[in-house]
Design a protein around this ligand. Structure first.
Ligand SMILES: *[C@@H]1O[C@H](CO)[C@@H](O)[C@H](O)[C@H]1NC(C)=O
Ligand SMILES: *[C@@H]1O[C@H](CO)[C@@H](O)[C@H](O)[C@H]1NC(C)=O
Ligand SMILES: *[C@@H]1O[C@H](CO)[C@@H](O)[C@H](O)[C@H]1NC(C)=O
Ligand SMILES: *[C@@H]1O[C@H](CO)[C@@H](O)[C@H](O)[C@H]1NC(C)=O
Ligand SMILES: *[C@@H]1O[C@H](CO)[C@@H](O)[C@H](O)[C@H]1NC(C)=O
Ligand SMILES: *[C@@H]1O[C@H](CO)[C@@H](O)[C@H](O)[C@H]1NC(C)=O
Ligand SMILES: *[C@@H]1O[C@H](CO)[C@@H](O)[C@H](O)[C@H]1NC(C)=O
Ligand SMILES: *[C@@H]1O[C@H](CO)[C@@H](O)[C@H](O)[C@H]1NC(C)=O
Ligand SMILES: *[C@@H]1O[C@H](CO)[C@@H](O)[C@H](O)[C@H]1NC(C)=O
Ligand SMILES: *[C@@H]1O[C@H](CO)[C@@H](O)[C@H](O)[C@H]1NC(C)=O
Length: 295
């Protein structure tokens, strides 16, 4: 009995593994790499010619680069989007890239800090990310470079005890705000009111960053750790073109959704994406990507 059960289990596992492998194979065009380092790269994304989707000036090329550290000789493979933005993960549905973005910091010994990021045709998810500012003598602005939107935070904490007792990111030493959808390029400026003169012994620097919700939970100890933190994950919404579904469907040549799939409007309000019809699974951007359930 136990033997039979375990045999069943093994068979079930084998079947599942085979199905998973088949699904993984169907994620790229034939002959294209489906991985860069440990990141899976499903079509419409691709790392070499003829392996990614392109439409006029929008293309889904990602640069898979391997650099060797001159000192240790250790090789690092990274997937790069656009202006040197590392990609950590790719999801087709919801259509999201998880990328890595720099933390802005400003310390008592400099006058201010300025940082910017361009995600090109895609946009920073305003549902999955927060703008966070941490510090005790800090003010920071987050600005959309393609509109007039600007949000700021000012933080003061009179003394260390108060700062230590702050529960969560709720205005004492830390504050988080949301921002509108469809921001593609932004900058962050950080300054201090009084050069951290009253708080320097426990808080010599202030920090500001856009980060995926849940990737940073504020606490006094986390503040100390921030001095060693250079990047945070950020969720980017991607979409195909800047057309709505009805517009895209008119142009059969560039319409990206293939057999047994349908079009959905992007959550960011720009462009569309594709999903398999109900009952089908696979990659909706490939010619025979969406397959019915095998019986
Ligand atoms: C890839 O590996 C890095 C470092 O080992 C890890 O931090 C990251 O989460 C991994 N990414 C994925 C998609 O597994
Ligand atoms: C990819 O990145 C490498 C290293 O930065 C660069 O030399 C190469 O030109 C890039 N490839 C493309 C197609 O942009
Ligand atoms: C990466 O994206 C896939 C969906 O494509 C998701 O299942 C997985 O949890 C994500 N991994 C990380 C580390 O976010
Ligand atoms: C300011 O101090 C920090 C930490 O001590 C140091 O890393 C940085 O290089 C200094 N910056 C300047 C402009 O002196
Ligand atoms: C803080 O100190 C730095 C270096 O001494 C100086 O460049 C900067 O202007 C000062 N900032 C303020 C707000 O006083
Ligand atoms: C810090 O502030 C708290 C609350 O305002 C106060 O009770 C405490 O005495 C202050 N501590 C110091 C060292 O000033
Ligand atoms: C932050 O807290 C949430 C909810 O408790 C948890 O799921 C998440 O893993 C935490 N994140 C970090 C980086 O510790
Ligand atoms: C601070 O960073 C260290 C090493 O990266 C980590 O082990 C520790 O959990 C972090 N502290 C907190 C409070 O998360
Ligand atoms: C930051 O990194 C340095 C060097 O790796 C280490 O000595 C220090 O303890 C770290 N600080 C924290 C707060 O984790
Ligand atoms: C959509 O993109 C095309 C080219 O990619 C551009 O010419 C056009 O102005 C864009 N339309 C809108 C409404 O942004």
């Amino acid at each position: 009995m136990g033997f039979l059960n375990s045999l069943h289990l093994k068979l079930a596992l084998l079947v599942t593994t085979a199905a998973t492998l088949a699904a993984a194979e169907a994620q790229t065009k034939p002959g294209c790499n489906n991985k860069c380092g440990n990141v899976s790269v499903p079509y419409p994304f691709g790392t070499s010619e003829n392996c990614y989707y392109r439409d006029e000036d929008l293309n889904f090329f990602l640069n898979c680069t391997t650099t060797t550290s001159p000192s240790s000789g250790e090789a690092t493979t990274q997937l790069i989007y656009g202006d040197n933005i590392p990609v950590l993960n790719i999801s087709l549905d919801p259509p999201e890239l998880t990328v890595s973005a720099d933390v802005s910091y400003h310390c008592y010994n400099s006058s201010y800090s300025y940082n910017w990021m361009k995600v090109g045709k895609f946009s920073i998810s305003n549902t999955e990310n927060r703008f966070t500012v941490v510090g005790c003598d800090t003010y920071a602005y987050f600005r959309d470079l393609s509109s007039t939107f600007r949000t700021g935070s000012m933080l003061t904490c009179s003394n260390e005890t108060k700062f230590k007792e702050a529960g969560g990111c709720s205005g004492v030493g830390c504050c988080q705000t949301s921002f509108p959808q469809a921001i593609t390029n932004y900058d962050i400026t950080l300054r201090s009111f009084e050069n951290y003169s009253d708080v320097r012994d426990f808080n010599p620097c202030g920090y500001a960053f856009i980060a995926k919700e849940g990737s940073f939970n504020f606490s006094y100890r986390e503040l100390l750790n921030l001095s060693n933190r250079t990047q945070f994950p950020v969720v980017v919404d991607w979409s195909v073109s800047n057309q709505t579904c009805p517009e895209a469907q008119k142009d059969k040549r560039s319409y990206a959704c293939k057999q047994n799939s349908r079009c959905k409007e992007s959550v960011s309000g720009i462009g569309y994406y594709c999903v398999c019809e109900d009952g089908f699974r696979g990659n909706p951007y490939l010619d025979t990507g969406c397959k019915g359930k095998p019986q």
